[in-house]
Write a protein that binds this ligand. Structure first.
Ligand code: DX5
Ligand code: ZN
Length: 219
């Protein structure tokens, strides 16, 4: 089943809890929370206090995307704050085995994200216990960018590697998702669609969620 994960980065920052309720009520299964440190990416965003604060208001699955250098230094804070899945960038750490072990011990999902320039095959050593593989379809750091077409082949490769290796991770895509690119990603075999601008800027989020699923007759 296709999972929709609205990216909180595009929500109204003055009404975060209401914005989470708006997308949860619209049928989204996950909430994608972008964490930026000003080092791995030039921008800054949410910290563990936001995850902890929102946890009190929502049971939706928190899909936390750490765009930070040395994520091992912040992992416990995000696990304790109530993250359900923690995704770290392969390019940001030399301690992936330790991160995996700590996620598994905490009984949370362990995810790996890849910049568009990182070969998908680089994930091969970490497939065991991997819950989520996040294919970035933009250069991370900012919302509202255009989808990079080469990401479709990368999604197909992520699916192929998983099936050949007997892995069980979900393939997720993040960046520039709208009705058109969502349809292309679905055809490529994606399991999770992360969408910020398209969903949070929609007046009717339920209709927008359905459109991303391919259920809208007009799409
Ligand atoms: C960017 C973030 C994305 C971003 C997606 O670094 O990882 O999650 O919010 O935004 P849109 O859907 O607007 O491209
Ligand atoms: Zn993200």
């Amino acid at each position: 089943m296709l999972i929709i994960s609205p990216s909180l980065f595009a929500a109204d920052p003055g009404h975060l809890a209401d914005e989470v309720a708006r997308v949860a009520d619209a049928g989204a299964e996950y909430l994608h929370i972008d964490v930026m440190d000003g080092r791995f990416v030039p921008n800054l965003s949410f910290g563990p206090n936001i995850v902890e604060g929102l946890r009190k208001y929502s049971n939706i699955c928190f899909d936390v995307h750490l765009m930070v250098e040395e994520p091992e230094n912040h992992l416990d804070a995000f696990l304790q704050a109530g993250s359900d899945i923690v995704t770290v960038h392969l390019e940001a750490t030399k301690k992936m085995d330790e991160i995996r072990r700590r996620c598994v011990e905490a009984k949370r999902g362990f995810g790996i994200s890849l910049r568009p320039s990182t070969p998908v095959s680089a994930v091969l050593p970490y497939i065991e216990d991997l819950s989520l593989l996040l294919i970035m379809s933009i250069n991370p750091g900012f919302g509202g960018q255009s989808f990079m077409e080469g990401s479709l082949e990368r999604i197909r490769e992520a699916v192929k590697i998983r099936d050949a290796a007997g892995g069980s991770y979900a393939v997720s895509v993040d960046g520039g998702i709208n009705p058109k690119t969502a349809a292309l990603c679905r055809d490529a075999g994606v399991d999770i669609l992360v969408a910020g601008t398209y969903l949070f800027k929609s007046e009717d989020v339920s209709a927008a969620v359905n459109t991303l699923r391919g259920n809208d007759v007009n799409s």
